[in-house]
Write a protein of this length. Structure first.
Lengths: 280, 273
């Protein structure tokens, strides 16, 4: 950069600064995950029927042959579960930010109801909310929703309330001096939020959001139990009912969750380490 | 996302020239603690006023209420003849100002903070360009050109692409000054801008302040503990204590021949360091 000094006037190239969201080593994994999961979300769902052509002897409690024989069907169920999780989480991440901003509103007619809704949803079990949503949809004539839609809507709204608290903490962690600098530069509210506050809040929020994504994934089978969506739990229940062999399918879905949760947890930890590094 | 369309009344970045600041009966309290009490103060266009006084005397609060970081409890403040916290009504009385009115008057004021408050996720040049582009509707090219000029002026042209984390305290503060100058404010407020710096870095920042003072295009209000610098730069020194102006006058009078006992004891305490 020193050689540009003798050149006339100000010809210094303005580079992109090293913001966390512009760094390839952060962006590539994030984009891969988002793209992969979005792709997953758009591909049509497999048929919801699980069947078994394998009839093991009654006296065998556990068999590896049978275990691996079930694997493709389990993956189909896992796919459905993951799809609902991803769609739900996209709702949660966006709606959560909206909730967080509305809750900060100066207008009490906005902030108090939103605060109440958040606290209400956060303090009631998602299992109960799932039943409630099902009853609600059934009782309203002009609404007809696919169970999978009900599932990801409930997941999305439920986790939006948690995400909103994470966003709120992230926003509050932006130092007071940054808000004051925004006033001193006379920034309008939109510039203040989009250029100053949210970019500094998001890195604080990402690890928490990642953990909620994993948590939402583990809550998604509730939809199988309540709404009969064709996810992993529905798979295991079907196999148990048809073959009277519960050990292998339930063990198999445990493995399925592990396959997804472990890499996800690893990604979240990497993200945390990156953000800690950015902070110096 | 909004585009670069500026709000009406905010897009003129040409030199507006220095403006006066008038405080009338200004009160400010934090709970039971009164920090400004019936403050009357006239700062003339282009005047350089240095405010000194013990900590907790309210001297920083004068700057903060002028920047609207804290709102006043009573009284009025005028900047360049326009009320900051009030709008005149049709009948000639004053009413509380709308956010829009405050923003319009506030666009004449710039402030530099003790702890810089640079945006850590933006490079030096991006810090400087943000307000001209987003608030005043200046094109990116023009803002960048002017931003580089300002960074050159504070001696940091070659650091334009560095983020605040890559700069020393003194460099950060000079970027912060360039950022405040980028909107050509008529009034500049400097709140203990050298207090957080290592002693050997103070000189560069004071040199930049000298340059601004020499140009004489802005009214300057400075809170500082650098008495030698205050003597050199100030047209007038205000000694502040317990929310009131104790003594006011040119440096030769207030610093060399203080009339008030409170000023003498404060200067004595400062001189011991």
């Amino acid at each position: 950069m020193a050689e540009t000094n003798q050149a006339p006037a100000f010809d210094l190239e303005v580079e992109q600064s090293h913001k966390w969201y512009r760094r390839p080593d952060v962006l590539v994994p994030v984009i891969l995950v988002v793209l992969g999961l979005s792709l997953l979300a758009t591909v049509p769902a497999p048929s919801g029927r699980f069947t078994s052509q394998f009839s093991p002897g009654r006296d065998v409690a556990f068999g590896w042959d049978y275990f691996f024989h079930l694997l493709p069907q389990m993956l189909r169920g896992l796919y459905t579960t993951a799809r609902a999780t991803v769609l739900g989480f996209l709702i949660a991440a966006t709606l959560g930010l909206v909730f967080a901003l509305l809750r900060r509103s100066q207008n009490r007619f906005v902030s108090l109801p939103v605060a109440f809704i958040i606290e209400f949803i956060r303090s009631t079990p998602i299992l109960v909310q799932m039943f409630f949503a099902q009853v609600l949809v059934r009782s309203v004539d002009w609404v007809s929703l696919n169970p999978i839609v009900i599932l990801f809507l409930v997941l999305g709204i439920h986790y939006a309330t948690y995400a909103s608290e994470a966003y709120r903490a992230g926003i509050n962690s932006v130092p007071k001096g940054q808000w004051e600098a925004a006033i001193a530069l006379n920034l309008d509210p939109i510039t203040k939020w989009t250029r100053i506050i949210v970019p500094q809040a998001i890195p604080n929020v990402l690890p928490t959001l990642g953990n909620y994504l994993v948590a939402a994934f583990k809550d998604a089978p509730i939809g199988d139990a309540v709404l009969s969506t064709a996810g992993v739990l529905f798979f295991a229940n079907t196999i148990r009912a048809e073959d009277f062999r519960p050990v292998e399918p339930y063990l198999l879905i445990g493995v399925g969750f592990l396959l997804v949760s472990l890499p996800a947890a690893w990604l979240v930890r990497r993200l945390e380490a990156h953000i800690a590094y950015e902070r110096g | 996302m909004r585009t670069n369309a500026a709000e009406p009344g905010l897009n003129d970045l040409s030199e507006k020239g220095a403006a006066s600041v008038r405080f009338r009966s200004v009160d400010k309290a934090f709970g039971p603690l009164t920090v400004l009490e019936d403050l009357h103060l006239d700062v003339e266009p282009g005047e350089r006023v240095v405010i000194i006084g013990p900590s907790g005397s309210g001297k920083t609060t004068i700057l903060r209420v002028t920047m609207t970081l804290e709102h006043i409890d009573a009284g009025t403040i005028e900047v360049g003849g326009q009320h900051l916290y009030h709008e005149p009504t049709a009948s000639g009385t004053l009413k509380a100002a709308s956010e829009k009115h405050i923003r319009k008057v506030r666009s004449n004021i710039g402030m530099v903070f003790q702890h810089f408050n640079l945006f850590p996720h933006m490079s030096a040049i991006e810090n400087v360009m943000l307000a001209p582009v987003k608030v005043h509707g200046v094109s990116r090219d023009e803002a960048q050109h002017r931003g580089m000029e300002l960074l050159d002026k504070v001696g940091l042209k070659e650091h334009a692409n560095h983020t605040p984390g890559q700069l020393s305290g003194g460099q950060k503060q000079r970027v912060a000054i360039a950022r405040a100058l980028a909107t050509s404010p008529s009034v500049m407020l400097f709140d203990e801008v050298t207090s957080a710096l290592d002693p050997e870095l103070v000189g560069d920042v004071l040199n930049v302040l000298r340059d601004i003072a020499e140009e004489g295009r802005t009214t300057m209000m400075l809170v500082t503990h650098e008495m030698g610098f205050a003597r050199e730069i100030a047209d007038r020194i205000l000694m502040f204590d317990k929310g009131r102006v104790v003594e006011s006058g040119p440096p030769s009078q207030v610093l060399d021949d203080p009339q008030e006992a409170r000023t003498r004891s404060f200067l004595g305490a400062v001189a011991e360091h």
